[in-house]
Design a protein around this ligand. Structure first.
Ligand SMILES: NC(=O)c1ccc[n+]([C@@H]2O[C@H](COP(=O)([O-])OP(=O)(O)OC[C@H]3O[C@@H](n4cnc5c(N)ncnc54)[C@H](O)[C@@H]3O)[C@@H](O)[C@H]2O)c1
Length: 381
């Protein structure tokens, strides 16, 4: 309804975002991580890691410098605080179950305890859970402090740490609280992947397959041809894949940081995948295994709509299967298709009663669309 009572209107234009988020420097290394240079800074830093990463052999020389000063608790998150020189370190429990507001606030609280200013830094050393919550904490700390990442999982290196989506889970919904807040710098050491549990490695690789399917046929063919090397985590092969995926994602987020248009493509497999991840219970399945299953359902929906050929559908399904992903219409971890559909409706990316999905006409031929409930249910049986 028109409001006719306005006497005057004034429009205020703003410069985009916080100055610390203007650009991200991505640095790739093919050596073991020597992170001491991060300590040599005129600014204070709060490092954030989890209990598993804190004990990684490759990172012991770095974390070993810190001395424990307290065990603390914020809501449901128990955490330990360490210090070295003027810097602090927060160690929270590992896993998606701790991707919570309480964990975010434990980082904020440590920032306050160390008297960080907005010019100082929050530095995540970890996987996607840590990069997401640390950057979110930085975004709300005194209305915006700097952040930087040392991603330690394949998933974080190829996807989560790049492009400024931050946040945490709430009330059983994934990533419903958050902000766009890119990191100032990323320090990427692919060697860290060698210690990842198999499940986590395979989880991260799903996002790499997604990126190849969306943007590079050559990379997709490279993945198929080098399956054994990938599964054996051959460093050279992984380095190639990581740098390719990081560059592909960087190109997209540079054009569309806040997901108004082409960034939506990166959600291939995610609307189905997030619904499964939530319904199976957060933390039961890895993010990547849900995304891989979601990709299989998206190409099935593409086939049902006559968008892609049977040959393309079979090729994608066989590739996913060859890397060990579940592709059956009814996922063994959660079999109620109607509940999956209901959760897909709740996904924050939907704008109408139809369901927003990313579909494909073929390799790199991507379609952002909304589709009917019938097609979704058909893709789930
Ligand atoms: N912001 C984004 O654009 C974006 C994109 C994709 C995913 N995500 C988010 O990322 C999260 C998943 O990230 P993840 O898969 O990295 O999970 P994660 O951060 O939970 O890490 C997985 C597990 O691996 C352990 N680990 C990390 N590095 C290790 C190493 N080098 N060696 C041994 N163990 C190691 C961790 O302690 C943890 O137990 C999800 O919450 C998802 O929503 C965000």
């Amino acid at each position: 309804m028109k409001n006719n009572n306005i006497l005057e209107t004034l429009i205020i234009k703003y410069k985009p975002l916080f100055v610390g988020t203007k650009k991200s420097n991505l640095n790739f290394y093919n050596t073991n991580p020597d992170l001491d240079f991060l300590l040599d800074s005129k600014h204070k830093k709060i490092f954030v890691t989890d209990t598993t990463i804190f004990n990684l052999e490759l990172l012991k020389p770095f974390f070993g410098k810190f001395s424990k000063i307290a065990d603390k608790k914020t809501g449901g998150t128990d955490y330990s605080v360490y210090s070295y020189d003027k810097h602090g370190l927060v160690v929270i429990p590992q896993g998606e179950a701790f991707k919570t507001m309480d964990s975010v606030l434990s980082i904020v609280k440590t920032g306050l305890d160390f008297n960080l200013t907005r010019k100082d830094n929050f530095t995540a050393i970890g996987g996607g859970v840590l990069t997401d919550i640390t950057a979110f904490a930085a975004s709300i700390y005194k209305r915006g402090a700097c952040c930087e990442f040392v991603p330690t999982t394949l998933l974080a290196m190829v996807d989560a740490a790049i492009g400024g989506k931050t946040g945490c889970d709430f009330d059983d919904y994934k990533n419903v609280v958050g902000a766009f807040f890119p990191a100032k710098a990323l320090y990427i050491y692919p060697v860290l992947i060698q210690s990842l549990p198999e499940k986590e490695f395979i989880s991260g690789f799903a996002e790499a397959i997604k990126t190849a399917l969306l943007f590079d046929k050559k990379c997709y063919e490279y993945m198929k041809a080098n399956k054994d090397k990938i599964l054996k985590r051959d460093p050279e092969t992984l380095y190639k894949i990581i740098t390719f995926c990081a560059k592909a994602k960087a190109k997209i987020v540079e054009k569309d940081l806040s997901e108004k248009n082409i960034r939506m493509l990166l959600n291939l497999g995610h609307t189905f995948g997030h619904a499964l991840e939530s319904r199976a219970g957060l933390g039961v399945l890895t993010h990547g295994e849900c995304v891989a299953w979601g990709i299989s359902r998206s190409v099935k929906a593409s086939l049902l709509l006559g968008l892609c050929s049977e040959e393309y559908y079979n090729d994608v399904i066989n590739t996913l299967k060859s890397f060990g992903y579940e592709t059956s219409a009814v996922h063994p971890a959660f079999s109620d298709s109607k509940e999956i559909l209901k959760t897909m409706h709740n996904d924050k990316k939907n704008s109408s009663s139809n369901v927003r999905v990313i579909l494909q006409k073929g390799i790199c031929k991507n379609v952002i669309t909304e589709t009917t409930e019938d097609i979704i249910l058909d893709a789930l049986k």
